[in-house]
Design a protein around this ligand. Sequence first.
Ligand code: SF4
Ligand code: SF4
Length: 241
Amino acid sequence: MRTFRFSCHRGLACFTACCRDTSIFLTPYDVLRMKRRLGLSSGEFLARYTRLLVARPSGLPVVVLRMGDDPEKRCPFVTPEGCRIYEDRPWACRMAPVEVRDDEPVFILEPSLCHGQGEVREWTLDEWTRDQGLDLYDTVEETFREVTSHPRLQAEEITDPAVRDMFLMACYDVDRFRRFVFESRFLKIFDLPDELVARIREDETALLELGFRWVKFGLIDPGALKVRDEVLAARRPPPRE
Ligand code: SF4
Ligand code: SF4
């Protein structure tokens, strides 16, 4: 495996120069961590710090961090000392300035702009992703990635606004999804173990993972959640005389 040399630190002339005028796509777990870090509800965070785009070809919403209105379009979280939410910075900021192509690390910024390239610290891709805390994302978002990379969503556009909104709620708006789970017929329809119901009351990450399973159930795999027997029985047509 190829290695690369890189280190990002305050001593570099480019320090924080990359935290402006850039498109940072937020993953669901990013939104969860950032809203928690800032003490906001997920709805407040989405309204204040993000804008929505539409993924192609799926037609599903994607969330992008909104840069500032200042002439430099700086990230709302950048300070002269660095990122003020560093421990909960987005996935894309953890990876940058490295991208993976054909399983190999590639720099996406020119060395003249990103001076950390060529510093003495040497990394394999595995070491880098571990150091940046990206393994946790792989675990938490496994089902989300399974859904969004599914062949159905690569070939077919979801056009129903209600389905798009359900996806947005379950994947990015965890506080709205919590209300939906506990205040609608959700728990009367789906047969969830008591232990899981207790956990999702307290644990937002578990609630997010349930959201991914619900989206998987609705979009690609009806086996992803168990529907209660009585609900299925009520849906069956009556036997013919
Ligand atoms: S979130 Fe932090 S690391 Fe990412 S662009 Fe903003 S200031 Fe930079
Ligand atoms: S340009 Fe590169 S080295 Fe400079 S702050 Fe950004 S990531 Fe770090």
